[in-house]
Design a binder for this molecule. Structure first.
Ligand code: GTQ
Ligand code: FE2
Length: 374
């Protein structure tokens, strides 16, 4: 029997030497060429890469410095107009292990977005779940399903997939903030839909509190008109004053002898969906961590990837074999199953987001904390 030769086949099988491999004969080479032209790949040459004993992420640990991001976002603010088509002046972190794609990790997008005074980022919607987190500045309103929500330093603003949204800068100064989305996850799995809305953001007189905060922003109190669980949080802003106080209280309670912290000197909260207590978005977990001065965390690893940003203070971060000094605004990536340890002499606040909900839903989540060496 003859086969069509496909010299352009994307399949390339190399003979591998070692246990479980067949003897390298001319007949085997011929069989491998036939596999290539018929678009077939044997398991035995691929198994080490496809089915390793534990996750080996192609994404690598990397850190981006805030002062450089901020500076280049400002330059883009002068050079790059914003409008329909480009949609957003957002500049994404590209993990050096992911082929230059704008993916911080295999599942997560992280970007700095920038708006000049008076500018509109036009209304659109997409299946990707998203959030904003503000490192510094204020003056931008994000308008989600016609509800204008102010953005200020320390605020966390989730936005469920398929919600209409546009941003508008009402102030006299420019503003930069951080976006997190599950763009790479939805891209890799071919799940993406997108629609354009109005070019201009319907900015009304912006109230102090959004409608969503008036309905949902009362801790422990649920409106009886909304008893069904929603897949994503209907609360559009988690304000810094509440996050800050929750973390302060945990550290104070620890001093009073209550088991309030995650580990000594390490306070932490998760942003949750008030309709269910689950993660704030179906694919994205968001948390805030505070290390008291002189605190080091235990070393832990987990399935799934995360992105951290330093909100305040400074410290040392070790991820796998990488290690950096980090300060306000710096972002870094923790790939799946790489060991993470945080440490700070003077105290450090960190915002973290991850893809953990995906793995929990599929029963693929695993976590390992190293025993502390005596
Ligand atoms: O602000 O709507 O960084 O749609 C990437 C995609 C921001 C946004 C990003 C987006 C947005
Ligand atoms: Fe968007």
């Amino acid at each position: 029997m003859t086969t069509d030769v496909r010299p352009d086949s994307p399949v390339h099988i190399t003979m591998v030497d070692g246990p479980g491999q067949p003897p390298a004969t001319p007949e085997l080479a011929k069989l491998y060429r036939e596999f290539e032209s018929e678009l077939l790949v044997p398991l035995w040459t691929e198994i080490g890469d496809l089915m390793p004993t534990d996750p080996r992420s192609r994404a690598v640990a990397h850190r981006w410095r805030w002062d450089r991001l901020r500076e280049m976002a400002g330059a883009a603010g002068k050079l790059v107009p914003i409008g329909r088509g480009g949609e957003r002046r957002a500049i994404a972190l590209a993990n050096p292990g992911l082929g230059g794609r704008p993916f911080a990790t295999p599942t997560l997008w992280a970007a700095i977005q920038y708006l000049n005074p008076g500018e509109d980022a036009p209304v659109h919607r997409h299946t990707q779940h998203a959030f904003r987190f503000v490192i510094e500045g204020e003056g931008v309103w994000t308008v989600v399903n016609d509800d204008p929500v102010s953005m200020k330093r320390g605020d966390f603003l989730p936005q469920a997939g398929w919600a209409w949204h546009g941003h508008h800068n009402i102030s006299k100064s420019s503003m930069a903030w951080i976006d997190g989305l599950d763009i790479p996850f939805q891209y890799q799995t071919d799940a993406t839909f997108f629609q354009f809305g109005p070019d201009e953001v319907p900015t009304r007189q912006a109230p102090d509190r959004s409608q969503s905060e008036r309905l949902w922003g009362h801790a422990g109190l649920r409106p009886l008109t909304h008893l069904a669980p929603a897949p994503a949080s209907p609360l559009l802003a988690y304000r810094w004053e509440n996050t800050d106080r929750a973390l302060d209280d945990q550290l104070a309670l620890e001093k009073e002898g209550y088991a309030a912290t995650l580990e000594p000197g390490h306070a932490a909260v998760r942003f949750t969906n008030p309709t269910s207590g689950a993660d704030v978005l179906p694919t994205v977990r968001a948390e805030f961590h505070r290390l008291a001065p002189g605190t080091a965390t235990s070393t832990s690893r987990e399935v799934g990837s995360s992105v951290y940003t330093v909100f305040e203070g400074e410290g040392r971060v070790a991820v796998g074999s990488a290690s950096w000094h980090v300060e306000r605004g710096d972002l870094f990536v923790v790939p799946s199953w790489q060991a993470l340890r945080l440490e700070s002499d003077s105290g450090m606040d960190l915002f973290r987001f991850s893809d953990t909900p995906i793995f929990e839903r599929l029963d693929l989540d695993r976590r390992h904390v190293e025993e502390i060496q005596a």
